[in-house]
Design a protein around this ligand. Structure first.
Ligand code: ADP
Ligand code: MG
Length: 623
């Protein structure tokens, strides 16, 4: 065989980053050098997978009857290790691109990553599209010979010693696939021992879906079944974790794994994970959301987003279904009627497992909630069909239990007999919301109020009007029933009606169009004033959402309610009507009320006035 386009052996130079990478690999001492085998086997497995996928639609491949397998041969005396697969193979162009050129950006990122001392190289190396080069941790030289599945392709060979250059020439290979021949370094001869190879395979590559043979052995050394098809009882926690780390390259342990097998209404295997953190690490392998979708062990979609609702997009993992027709393409799978069924089954299972976690391990569930609670809130609003099963998973802080998380059922269990209302308050952060005047009356009465201080809470409320037979009510809504007790208690200390009315007029004069009304409230005890929505205001929550989103936003017009028993108002009456100080204090009362509502567009604008008021206060003290 001759190569008509070029001389039989051509020399190429690695690009700068690849050279640097090889240099790091050759000269560093890694305790986990064994991972090179995992990388080479994973490449072989990828190549076999791609070939199998090709064969589904294309009969015209070289050696169609060849077994899809991997053979390893080791020879201690000559320090050689050979790994041969019957996968998709590479053409001359592909081998130059894949083993010479394409690794540039991956090499650069890997070098960046290795600067961080905490990083575990052995986990990392495979994840930058440079896994192949890990062979240079153990190799003096490497020769790759490959023959593409395309019937007209010729064999090609690639050779490198880890120095600056590699050569490409005509290869000697009659069958389809790829052969990687390694001349081991003197200190790496252990990798020519069968038992050592066997151990490494069990540790890292057991679930590769193709048989791996060592030497003349007739039985595969790997279990071959993918981890998700392995019965749960045969999988250790360690294996789940290892699988998770390899598929995501997350350093953190997953919070939860969900391993499921169902036969009805659809057949599926799934191995799903809730990550430990909501945010992906910078080296995370998976750059997009979505689950890996397999049909009978063949990967047909790397990032499938139709298997879970949007609000569960943080879930990672693999779904494999026998029910997907085998001749599906990556495109047609989307339109197959099976997807909605798979989605339903998977969604229900994830929710169920979260319920179980909440019940059996409250502490871990809290960790989950802190990381991913926002997603579930999103789900309550965006997926009405799931809302009922999501509501029990919600967690809240309350005015009475401000340090611990309570579920809605916890809240209900603490309700006084006959009460059918779940009260909530909306605010910017848990501390300041506790100072809200809206809470005065409820806290004084010992009524529990949910503190909704997450921006997502306002969205959640759109899907959260009731829970079981309990209605949700915003304590800032004007029509909430006032109750008689508080009223009676404050009666004695109230400003007389006539005085109070003239004060109300002053407020109206000063605030003008900015409020729709000023009136007395019998629901305030510690606070001077509060802003409430006029009855029938739609979605008061949205006002905050707009402000948080930084949208063009007008301060909503509200009713200013005053506390007729408050000392500040009594003293305000003693000031000269229309005096500068009185006006300043009225303005400040209004601004403070806006502030606690989380509605103030420009809090620092108050500084000048506050200073003016402080000066006045100090002057009085010295008189
Ligand atoms: P990755 O596997 O992440 O792409 P590698 O450095 O491990 O990165 O491999 C680089 C590329 O070389 C692979 O993407 C593949 O195209 C090609 N390759 C490596 N080994 C094989 C093989 N055994 N058969 C076919 N192609 C291979
Ligand atoms: Mg690889």
């Amino acid at each position: 065989m001759t190569d008509s386009n070029s001389s039989p052996v051509e020399q190429f130079t690695f690009k700068a980053e690849t050279k640097q990478l090889l240099n790091i690999l050759i000269h560093s001492l890694y305790k986990d050098r064994e991972v090179f085998l995992r990388e080479l086997l994973s490449n072989a497995s990828d190549a076999l997978n791609r070939l199998r996928f090709e064969m589904v639609t294309n009969q015209n491949v070289l050696d169609p009857a060849a077994e899809l397998s991997i053979h390893i041969k080791a020879d201690k005396d000559s320090r050689t290790l050979t790994i041969t697969d019957t996968g998709i193979g590479m053409t001359r162009g592909e081998i130059i691109e894949n083993l010479g050129t394409i690794a540039q950006s991956g090499a650069r990122r890997f070098i960046e990553a290795t600067k961080d001392k905490k990083v575990d190289f052995s986990q990392l190396i495979g994840q930058f599209g440079v896994g192949f080069y890990s062979v240079f941790m153990v190799a003096e030289s490497v020769k790759v010979t490959s023959r593409s599945y395309r019937p007209d392709a010729e064999a090609v060979t690639w050779y490198a010693t880890g120095e600056d250059n590699y050569t490409v020439g005509v290869g000697a290979m009659t069958e389809r696939g790829t052969r990687v021949e390694i001349k081991l370094k003197e200190d790496a001869v252990e990798f020519a021992e069968d038992y050592r190879l066997r151990n490494i395979i069990h540790k890292h590559s057991d679930y590769i879906g193709f048989p791996i043979y060592i030497g003349d052995g007739k039985a595969p050394v790997n279990k071959q079944t993918s981890l998700w098809r392995t019965p749960r009882k045969d999988v250790t926690d360690e294996q789940y974790r290892e699988f998770y780390k390899q598929t995501t390259l997350d350093y953190e342990e997953p919070l939860l794994h969900i391993h499921m097998v169902t036969d009805a209404p659809v057949q599926l295997y799934a191995l799903l994970f809730v990550p430990g953190k909501a945010e992906r690490g910078i080296f995370a392998l998976r750059k997009d959301d979505g689950l890996k979708l397999y049909s009978r062990n063949i990967l047909i979609d790397e990032y499938n987003k139709d298997l879970l609702p949007d609000y569960l997009r943080f879930v990672q993992g693999v779904v494999d279904s026998e029910d997907l027709p085998l001749n599906v393409s990556r495109e047609t799978v989307q339109s197959s009627g099976l997807m909605p069924k798979l989605k339903k089954v998977l969604t229900n299972q994830v929710i169920k497992e979260l319920e179980t976690l909440a019940k059996n391990n409250a502490e871990k569930y809290q960790t989950f909630w802190k990381e991913f609670g926002g997603h579930l809130k999103h789900g309550v609003a965006s997926s009405p069909a799931d809302a009922d099963s999501l509501k029990p998973l919600l967690r809240f802080k309350t005015n009475l239990q401000s340090e611990t998380w309570s579920s809605l059922d916890d809240y209900i269990s603490r309700l006084k007999d006959g009460e059918k209302t779940i009260y909530y308050i909306i605010g910017d952060d848990p501390k300041s919301v506790l100072r809200s005047p809206h809470l005065d009356y409820f806290s004084a009465q010992g009524t529990e109020v949910l503190l909704l201080t997450d921006p997502m809470d306002s969205f959640m409320l759109m899907g959260l009007r009731s829970y079981k037979e309990y209605e949700f009510k915003n304590v800032a809504q004007a029509e909430v029933d006032a109750g008689k007790q508080a009223e009676a208690k404050n009666e004695a200390e109230k400003i007389p009606d006539a005085d109070f009315n003239s004060l109300v007029e002053r407020f109206k004069q000063v605030l003008g169009e900015r409020v729709v009304g000023v009136r007395a409230s019998n629901r305030l005890s510690q606070s001077v004033a509060r802003l409430v929505d006029p009855d029938g205001t739609l979605n008061p929550e949205l006002q905050r959402v707009y402000r948080l989103l930084g949208k063009e936003y007008e301060i909503p017009k509200k009713i200013l309610e005053l506390n007729p028993s408050h000392n500040i108002l009594k003293n305000l009456l003693n000031l000269d009507p229309g005096s500068e100080l009185q006006t300043a204090i009225i303005e400040q009362i209004y601004d403070s009320a806006l502030l606690v509502e989380g509605l103030h567009p420009d809090p620092s604008s108050m500084v000048v006035r506050v200073q003016q008021i402080m000066e006045a206060a100090l002057n009085r003290r010295t008189i």
